[in-house]
Design a protein around this ligand. Sequence first.
Ligand code: SAM
Length: 360
Amino acid sequence: MTDRIIAIAEGRHTKPLPFTGSLGAPGTVGDRLGRKIRDLRISVTDRCNFRCIYCMPKEVFGPEHEFLARSQLLSFEEIARVARVFRQHGVEKVRLTGGEPLLRKDLELLIAMLADIPGLDLTLTTNGSILAKKACALKAAGLRRITVSLDSLDDGVFRAMNDVDFPVSKVLEGIHAAARAGLGPIKINMVVKRGVNEGSIVPMARHFRGSGHILRFIEFMDVGATNGWRMDAVVPSTDVIRSIDAEFPLQPIDPNYRGEVAQRWRYRDGAGEIGVISSVTRAFCSECTRARLSTDGLLYTCLFATEGYDLRALVRAGASDTDLVSTIGAIWSTRADRYSEIRTEKTASLRKVEMSYIGG
Ligand code: SAM
């Protein structure tokens, strides 16, 4: 693992905005591999109160790390405006993420603005640490659903993984509060890292079976450039399914919609479903319809990108909505990303943007 401190400003590599000449109508623009834009992930802060070893390792994101200054962040008005433009391009789902999105002050105001955009499915991913306090306000502001990250029910394992000694019990309280507030069905994301939390797979399945929540196992990915990723630390989803199936028999079920990232499995005894997200062992680039907006307004067309397009500059230079629509369309039409399909140990060391900044 690197011990170099990488300032976000240093990682702000931008690509020139493309020529916006001849384009199809908004909503019909496909990229070079024929994929449409359907999802937008928005990172509302690059800060987090956890230091998960696979995401924001302490050695890199320590006290010296420079996070973005307030003036660099997109304002709520700017975010809502950009989201509205994406809606014109056919985006159906917006996910707020980060960093830890619940750390962004007055986030409920942004949620209310986004909830006002007709036809948008609005959700959020959180580490759950302050969810118990916030769940009712989030629901009241218009949030529909929520995803909570939880890597283990074993308190020792969880504290070691979040690396700030945060207890499991508080995240479980957050999950209960979210369910009571009506933010279900709740998705619970567990990143599996070999030698760290494989032992938590079956206990997690046992705990959440029959709860109505959907547990999803995510393969450890080589996002960013600082998490020390190695292929041998990835536990393939097939192994996860095999371990759970041995205790609680499973059968595969169809995706809810084309391009769904998780492969779905149901318990044969009717106790609900789980999902696996196999971005390393079974890349789903060919169906990837996601765009990502970083905390400071760079548009990325891939989670593993090294450069983004500076929409903030455009917005702050007074671009009209028509300009924004055509620029986003032009960017999307040149997209050819398929990183997970061409990943090797070599590409893993590229200087990709950090997940906390681009949004997980
Ligand atoms: N702070 C929020 C949270 O913890 O859910 C949102 C941001 S976090 C970056 C979003 C998701 O990305 C979490 O579920 C996290 O576990 C996952 N994640 C982060 N780094 C990852 C990695 N290297 N491989 C796979 N998933 C990762």
